[in-house]
Design a binder for this molecule. Structure first.
Ligand code: CTP
Length: 398
């Protein structure tokens, strides 16, 4: 396996398993991956900076407030120069700090400042692992897009038996390779995803919008990236964070979304999950529209371009696979199948948004419609829908 040209920022926190980080560094450097190590104070009780330096061949960072380090490479820059941030071993303490957003040393500051994907590999006593606090922290981190290689089960250094033992270094290496796009089924593929609503301004303070949260589209972008794709996510205004490891273009209106999509093409696959406003106000008022005391103002609307239809048009820039969504409140299959024909996309994911809690909620009940017919999926968390869809996309375009 070659990870040539890639760089991992490896954070070693406290725990008896820290010695296994040495073996991981050896495997990474053997795969030609650059490794920059950050050793926490607790980690330094278990491995020495000298051994890390000898294996990684690079400077080891240990102290947040070292003026020399800051002048050589600021701590923000350190977290951004890497392609992936990996915490091995991740102690219960560092997981808790990450979940709470604490930044009281170099490692936690880097973890808060990074714009790269983060992989944590926990190792701890079985009771600490099973504690509700640790499990809640892991759930928080997973929800934020942090990837986890779970611990193995077996006899532990503390004499107990159960889950908590650090995963073996080759398993960690395989997870790193997947996240770096090496060996993932969508490696070297470009995926374009639209997500969220669009806001169509009426005047400087008002807009036309809809209830889309962007959760489904963002989860799809993250799931495609996890399979190795280079992902461009064009997002309307949402209040959820950008998925890690994805290039995000933020837009507001349908016209801006179309321009960003055209700029991002060509792509191997496009997934249009955005709830694009069908209409915009023809003439934008320069100032806030005031109540006049007489009739309410009449808005003249004009139709927005259909981004999905434009992407689906035959031609050299058409992605190999174009996936649309159909948000319907009645006659789901009939409307969605007609939409697939009308727009010219290959697959359509139909979802009934009539019930409360689907638009903006955490779960989704969808039907996949393609040339072969329909496939009804059970109600699932939006992340699970995203992973299932990404796996099918990988089969189609890989
Ligand atoms: N879509 C788009 N550009 C638009 C409108 C919709 O790209 N201007 C895409 C959406 O991202 C989605 C699909 O088209 O993938 C269907 O969107 P939907 O809102 O369900 O359908 P509409 O085309 O708007 O049709 P209608 O409102 O009549 O149901």
């Amino acid at each position: 396996m070659s990870l040539a040209g890639k760089r991992v920022l490896l954070i070693i926190s406290g725990g008896i398993a820290a010695y296994k980080a040495l073996e991981l560094i050896r495997l990474l450097t053997k795969a030609d991956c650059g490794v920059t190590c950050v050793l926490t104070k607790a980690g330094a009780q278990f491995v020495t900076p000298l051994s890390l330096q000898a294996l990684s061949g690079a400077k080891i960072y240990t102290d947040l407030f070292s003026l020399t380090d800051e002048s050589e490479m600021g701590h923000i820059e350190l977290s951004r120069a890497a392609d992936l941030v990996v915490v091995v071993p991740a102690s219960a303490d560092i997981l808790a700090k990450m979940a709470a957003g604490l930044a009281d040393d170099l490692a936690t500051t880097l973890l808060l400042a990074t714009d790269k994907q983060v992989l944590v590999v926990p190792a701890m006593n079985v009771r600490m692992w099973e504690h509700a606090a640790t499990q809640a922290n892991l759930a928080t981190l997973t929800k934020r897009g942090v990837a986890i290689v779970p611990p193995d089960e077996g006899p532990m250094a503390c004499g107990e038996f159960g889950p908590g033992r650090l995963a073996e270094p080759p398993v960690i290496l395989a997870a790193i390779a997947r996240m770096l796009g090496a060996g993932g089924p969508l490696a070297a593929k470009h995926a374009l995803v639209t997500s969220g609503p669009t806001h169509e301004p009426i005047d400087p303070v008002r807009y036309l919008g809809n209830r889309s949260s962007g959760k489904q589209g963002h989860a799809i972008a993250a799931a495609l990236a996890a399979l190795g794709a280079k992902v461009t996510l064009v997002s309307g205004p949402v209040s959820i964070p950008d998925p890690l490891g994805v290039s995000v273009v933020h837009v507001e209106t349908a016209l801006e979304m179309l321009a960003a999509v055209q700029e991002a093409l060509p792509a191997d696959v496009a997934v249009c999950a955005a709830a694009v406003a069908d209409w915009r106000v023809e003439t934008l008022a320069a100032h806030k529209i005031k109540k006049t005391g007489s009739a309410p103002p009449a808005l003249t609307l004009t139709e927005n371009p259909d981004i999905l239809r434009i992407i689906s048009m035959p031609g050299p820039r058409r992605p190999k696979l174009v996936v649309g969504f159909a948000a319907e409140t009645e006659n789901l299959y009939i409307h969605a199948a007609a939409k697939r024909q009308r727009k010219g996309c290959d697959w359509i994911i139909a979802n009934n948004v009539g019930g409360t809690g689907i638009m903006g909620g955490d779960s989704n009940e969808v039907t996949l419609i393609n040339h072969a017919g329909e496939e009804i999926w059970p109600i699932m968390d939006k992340h699970e829908v995203a992973q299932k869809l990404a796996a099918l996309i990988a089969q189609e375009v890989a």
